[in-house]
Design a binder for this molecule. Structure first.
Ligand code: P1T
Length: 379
């Protein structure tokens, strides 16, 4: 089955008791048992729910995995992965990643004895050099949020395999239309399904996809035991969102490239961060492992002041100033004070998440309207 068919039919079946073509919202917490332990496969909705089950099968299908898991948020999915490990274990993560992931690693899990190294994954040698005898996992976000750094998944998973480490890829920015990490050697794919998989800014959800039976079992156990599952209504919405993923991402890719090129030539713009641009430091790697470059980009204004940047942010008319990304509508965000405020100022400065940095989630609107809006806002 090709990707676009999988988004619509992957792992899906018509509802067996009624023939309903679309999986209904099974808004139930529990299921009848004829005798204790004798039931139709469903006991309690934290463990299994038919709407969630349909979505989890769709998730597995679009990432070429064998198992999918749906969580109540992207961070709940990340939390599930980290609970595979024990006190004393060491995890290597990229130095540029979603602020909430960084906050979870450093403020929640360090407390329980996990240790983290944050390295620049542009160069796989940095990953190699960070491995210690306690390292268990490489956490890869690519492209990264918000600087759109690109890491070579194939090379890094090879390093991981040589050292008996697991690799998890946060594939939120890329989407499985553009990049399929399990095919490139990763063990776990994670998504904030709140973003492109849902696609309509109406659901907060997380996803994990794997292709190994034993790993799937462990993650399912944690999902059930910790309990951060996605509810049936949200699963219905996400399932509906996934059906148009290929169509939407094609347009995100086209619009993203057009907006990046426009910004690159704008006299008030210092730099543009978009892996589709030939002068992106990892354009070649992106070209190798991605089918398209997505709708996410960041840019830096020449005028480096918070006041000037806020003025631009307040000027957008069509594009909405808001956290999040990946919906059909375009959003603009100020990483330093919004999505990445939880990263200490010193770290942010070092990475380049400064006041003049603006992040755009380029939606699927008419690109001429978007470019006009950006041009008017920048002034
Ligand atoms: O918000 P949640 O569904 O819990 O997902 C967390 C998350 C994980 N990974 C990446 C790459 C993300 O971008 C996010 C959430 N990000 C935003 C809300 C944002 O505006 O960047």
């Amino acid at each position: 089955m090709k990707f676009n068919t999988k988004t619509i039919h992957g792992g899906q079946q018509h509802e067996p008791s009624t023939g309903a073509v679309m999986t209904p919202i099974f808004q139930t917490s529990t299921y009848v048992q004829q005798s204790p332990g004798k039931h139709k496969g469903y006991e309690y909705s934290r463990g299994e729910n038919p709407t969630r089950h349909a979505l989890e099968k769709a998730f597995a299908s679009i990432e070429n995995g064998t198992h999918g898991l749906a969580f109540s948020s992207g961070l709940a999915a990340t939390d599930c992965v980290l609970r595979l490990f024990n006190s004393g274990d060491h995890i290597i993560a990229g130095d540029d990643l979603y602020g909430g992931s960084y906050r979870m690693f450093t403020q929640l899990f360090e407390k329980y004895g996990l240790t983290f190294s944050f390295v620049d994954m542009n160069n796989p040698e940095n990953v190699k050099n960070a491995i210690t005898e306690n390292t268990k996992l490489i956490w890869l976000e690519t492209p990264t949020n918000p600087l759109l750094k690109v890491a070579d998944i194939e090379v890094i998973t090879l390093i991981a395999k040589e050292n008996n480490l697991l690799t998890a890829v946060d594939n939120t920015f890329a989407t499985p239309y553009n990049q399929r990490p399990l095919d490139l050697g990763a063990d776990i794919v994670m998504h904030s399904a709140t973003k492109y998989l849902g696609g309509h800014s109406d659901v907060v959800m997380g996803a994990l996809m794997v292709k190994d039976e034993e790993l799937a079992k462990q993650l399912h156990f944690i999902q059930f035991a910790a309990g951060a599952v996605a509810g049936p209504m949200d699963c219905f919405l996400a399932l509906r969102g996934v059906k148009t993923l290929a169509l939407r991402v094609q347009r995100h890719n086209e619009n993203g490239m057009r907006v990046a090129e426009f910004l690159k030539n704008h006299s008030k713009v210092q730099s543009v961060y978009y892996p589709g641009l030939e002068d992106h430091p990892n354009h070649e790697v992106a070209n190798k492992q991605m089918n398209g470059f997505g709708g996410m980009l960041s840019f830096r204004l020449k005028e480096d002041s918070r006041e000037a940047t806020f003025k631009v942010l307040e000027n957008f008319k069509i594009i909405t100033l808001a956290e999040s990304l990946g919906g059909v509508e375009s959003l603009v965000n100020h990483p330093a004070t919004m999505t990445h405020a939880s990263i200490p100022a010193k770290e942010r400065e070092k990475l380049g998440i400064t006041d003049s940095l603006i992040r755009l989630s380029v939606g699927v609107e008419d690109v001429y309207d978007l470019i006009e809006d950006i041009n008017n806002a920048i002034g």
